[in-house]
Design a protein around this ligand. Sequence first.
Ligand code: MG
Length: 289
Amino acid sequence: MKLFQFITDKNEPQIGIVLNGKKYNFTKLSVPESFNSLQTMISEGRFNLEFINGAVKSIERNGLLDDYKIDGKIIFDVPILNPEKILCYGVNYVAHAVEGDNPIPTEPILFGKFNNSLLPHNGTIQFPKNIGRVDHEIELGVIISKEGKNISEEEAMDYVAGYTIINDISARKMQIEDLDKGHPWLRSKSYDTFCPVGPYLIPAEVIPDPHNIDLTLKINGEVKQQSNTSRMIFKIPRLINFVSEIMTLKAGDIICTGTPDGISEIVDGDVVTCELSEIGLLSNQVKAL
Ligand code: MG
């Protein structure tokens, strides 16, 4: 079961659901208690199998499911429309630390991105031609379910609503130059469109082990990154615990869990696809302006 955020031909935000490979309008089929954003569904405590299956089953029982099928081309939106925070971890796979000549971290390395960087499935990653090398970074995205502060590792998984795909686009030349000067690397991660995400949000209950997900990134069909989330240095409970001791987490916050080895440059005209087993495929084209 996969849920997604899409835009109708009347420009309305709606929630869609994939069942047995077919797409349906979940906002319409779940009337009367319907939501038009996944973020609201999460914050209202309804992003769970009990609510989702209950809504689908009551329609199926009446033989009406096909009435809600979405036909034609779907315009996907990002799964979380307005997260308060996009929290990112760097150097969270040993092989990625090695390829970047970085020491293996002894505690999580936290940074952030902003909502301006969010880009949906099929959207175009854009950057100025003159900023030097720009890289892809496939990552598992964790979506927070409810407000929490000082969350222990033992409790942390209770704060996960679901999982999605992230491509943490990075202006690498700029990042390295800023690091060399002792400056924050914020700007290298913050261009508009530098956080492709989605298209699907999978309820946490559907993913038995988020630390056993295959990640595969391709450029124009050629495999560049291939790994598994079991190789994360700091696992999801530690990542949630670490940041929650600094700031209050809110429903809909996005945590980017770090990228494995195999990072490489993207250039004008490329098509980048990020595939996570059980979660789906995120595809974006690249435009250097
Ligand atoms: Mg990253």
